[in-house]
Design a protein around this ligand. Structure first.
Ligand code: ACO
Length: 326
């Protein structure tokens, strides 16, 4: 079966920068604590008028331009997000209309921080099956809109942004070699947004209890992430009998610099081979990997023939990896 390859990438982050120093004025925290415990120095925040589809639109336009494609060339649009513009219509449908991608199919994927890799896997399957030839995958988040700005244990972590990739059929050795998707719903309570759905519909009570904001058991999530990501990366390498030294670049989900470093160390990858931009953007959930991928492509840290690995861990609980020959 033909495999898919990434034809082009694009990304967009809002202009507004929120620094750790500014957060010191908002909650009981410090620049030193945030840098030491997370590696984050600043994050981007969407304006009041910007929803996730607006960020997705900018990232998608940039990816289309770099591929030399028009919106009407797209067969399918997949948007990964935990911050859709609204429950329905899907953010992918809203994006389809904004782009004017008239006949493209469109759907959203919710796999939290693993959402981009889950979506990449779907794009790969649609292209491999021959159903579609040109698929746009976007990870887009405005986490600032679901962040409790009075909760210091979460508000220092998240940021807004969007990253996009256009996929088409591969020829030769290049393309997506393997995608591994995992979930464990029994651990879903590690990371939740409990209010606003059919379990706890919006009411004065849900708002009073601040159930419309992200809740996270940070320390438990941290420990589970490190253990799980080590095995995930090792399994992905073993599937293709690759050694860590065969990997040119690892692009991890940017949740915490300590998680990134611990995973790299445990699997035997020097940190120089790991793409890190968490200091600039914080955790942008489904957008973090495609933003990092676009930056890596633009600064030529990925070259034709390179083995590139993506890995993520997030709410659900979900975790996923992709091995790509560039
Ligand atoms: N500033 C200062 N002190 C703080 C802050 C803060 N912003 N936040 C917490 N603390 C305090 C705590 O109150 C605690 O104090 P205590 O010892 O007096 O009780 C102390 O710091 C340590 O708290 P921990 O939660 O144990 O700190 P930890 O080292 O675990 O770091 C963090 C917290 C950064 C949240 C970390 O656990 C983490 O990154 N977890 C994983 C996040 C993740 O990967 N999420 C998945 C993806 S997100 C998604 O899917 C949307």
């Amino acid at each position: 079966m033909p495999r898919a390859r990434i034809v082009s990438t694009g990304s967009y982050v809002p202009e507004r920068v929120l620094t750790n120093r500014e957060l010191e004025q908002m909650v009981d925290t410090s620049d030193e604590w945030i840098i030491e415990r997370t590696g984050i120095r600043e994050r981007r925040i969407a304006s009041e008028k910007q929803a996730s589809s607006d960020l997705a639109y900018e990232a998608a336009k940039s990816a289309l331009k770099r591929a030399g494609l028009k919106p009407k060339d797209l067969d399918l649009i997949i948007v990964a997000s935990v911050t859709p513009d609204m429950p329905f219509p899907s953010t992918a449908c809203i994006l389809q209309a904004k782009l004017g991608a008239k006949d493209a199919a469109a759907l959203d994927v919710n796999a939290a921080c693993s959402g981009f890799i889950y979506s990449l896997s779907m794009a790969n399957a649609f292209i491999s099956s021959g159903q579609y030839r040109c698929v746009l995958v976007v990870g887009a988040e405005t986490l600032s809109k679901i962040t409790d700005w009075e909760d210091r244990s979460t508000c220092v972590l998240f940021g807004d942004g969007a990253g996009a990739a256009i996929l088409g059929p591969a020829d030769g050795d290049a393309g997506i070699l393997s995608v591994r998707l995992h979930s464990d719903g029994s651990m879903g309570d590690l990371l939740t947004l409990p209010g606003g759905g059919s379990r706890n519909p919006v009411s004065k009570d849900t708002i009073k209890k601040r159930l419309h904001y992200i809740k996270m058991k940070g320390n438990e999530t941290f420990k589970f992430a490190v253990k799980t990501l080590e095995k995930l990366v090792a399994d992905t390498l073993a599937e293709f009998r690759l050694k860590p030294s065969d990997i040119s670049l690892l692009i991890p989900h940017q949740a915490n610099l300590r998680i990134i470093k611990a995973t790299a160390e445990r699997v035997g990858l020097p940190i120089e081979k790991v793409f890190v931009n968490i200091d600039k953007y914080g955790n942008t959930s489904a957008a973090s990997i495609p933003i990092a991928l676009d930056e890596a492509v633009r600064c030529e840290r990925v070259r034709p023939g390179d083995y590139l690995m993506l890995e993520a861990f997030g709410g659900g609980i979900t975790w996923a990896s992709a091995l790509i020959r560039w």
